[in-house]
Design a binder for this molecule. Sequence first.
Ligand SMILES: NC(=O)c1ccc[n+]([C@@H]2O[C@H](COP(=O)([O-])OP(=O)(O)OC[C@H]3O[C@@H](n4cnc5c(N)ncnc54)[C@H](OP(=O)(O)O)[C@@H]3O)[C@@H](O)[C@H]2O)c1
Length: 355
Amino acid sequence: MVETHNSPEKPWNMNLNTLETDHTYAQPSGLTMRAVQYDQYGDADVLHVGDRSVPHRQPGQLMIQVFASSVNPVDYRLRRGDMKGLIPFGFPRVPGYDVAGIVVDTDSGSSFMVGDRVMAFLDHTRGGALADYAVCAVSAAAKIPDSMSMQEAAAIPLAGTTALQSLRDHGKIKSGQTVLVNGASGGVGMFAVQIAKSYGCHVDAVASGRNREFCLSLGADHFYDYEKEDFLKSNERWDLIFDVAGKAHYLEACKVLKEGGHFVSTEPSIKGLLMTILTWPLSKSGQIMLATPSADDLRELIRLHEIGKLKVTIDSSFPLEQAAQAHRRIEAGVDHGKVVLNHAHSKDALSSKTP
Ligand SMILES: NC(=O)c1ccc[n+]([C@@H]2O[C@H](COP(=O)([O-])OP(=O)(O)OC[C@H]3O[C@@H](n4cnc5c(N)ncnc54)[C@H](OP(=O)(O)O)[C@@H]3O)[C@@H](O)[C@H]2O)c1
């Protein structure tokens, strides 16, 4: 089905990554590939591995051999049918938005070369990360440095972009502000705490008590255990409240927001849309955000990682074939950090640097 290349004379095999010297990559030579897919809505049991057509690369896109991917809450929400009608193209559907891998096909003259190590945030409507190959717009991918493993790279795109866009674009974060991250220990929250710290903010983190030390290790200045203490009843006041967990309400949050402050939620709802429309002229705004793939933002996240300001914590990793277990893990609630899938052909590349 696939043709394997591992010839040392190919420049992209020579020094792809000092940590992944014995690298193997494969271009699709047939019409089908291995993919995790589902043909109906339901619990994680509907996920199965099967053959599927290799996606067609359009001009302006990259084809990536996927070495690692990650799972986000939106994946199980879509699989369960919570967002029926919002996603076109019907069944079968290949889940997943985050990929890390190797470019195996691109336009001539593109800013990417065959053999580049990349991460990408796949198109909202199609997904398709849990497969041997994925295609994405050049504007949704970024080269990853030698210092970053494929697992780390796969953990970043959707969750990291959500955190960055929420704080910077919606929350208008500024140095010296007070920021509260509600849901600080999960995929989005762990990036949000670190990004807010990188802006020079005072950061308060909210999670369950078992994640106190983890949140403080991310750089949080203060911790609220949501099972014991309600930050909405606190005497503190914040410039920015980022409700990652989608558990707070704008009207309540307003009571603990400073004048000119911003409340940003990740939870899509009709109420949230109304909040976004009605509160934008007010001194305390409330916004729902929807993360948008952006190569610039991926590059910014990579930059923060390279200067040591954005560490990636992997909660757990599973082989691609155990995608259903990975979905169950995130659906039940992770300990902290991201759930990652290792694609089998990535064994060589992952062996030398597994977090
Ligand atoms: N709009 C968008 O574009 C967008 C993008 C990405 C994610 N999201 C949404 O954002 C949410 C978080 O995503 P994620 O990847 O970070 O999920 P996750 O990894 O499952 O993390 C969930 C976080 O919420 C915390 N939490 C659970 N119950 C809470 C409560 N009652 N109060 C405060 N915190 C609570 C958890 O802490 P403990 O584990 O300690 O309980 C954990 O820190 C999901 O609903 C997801 O769908 C939206």
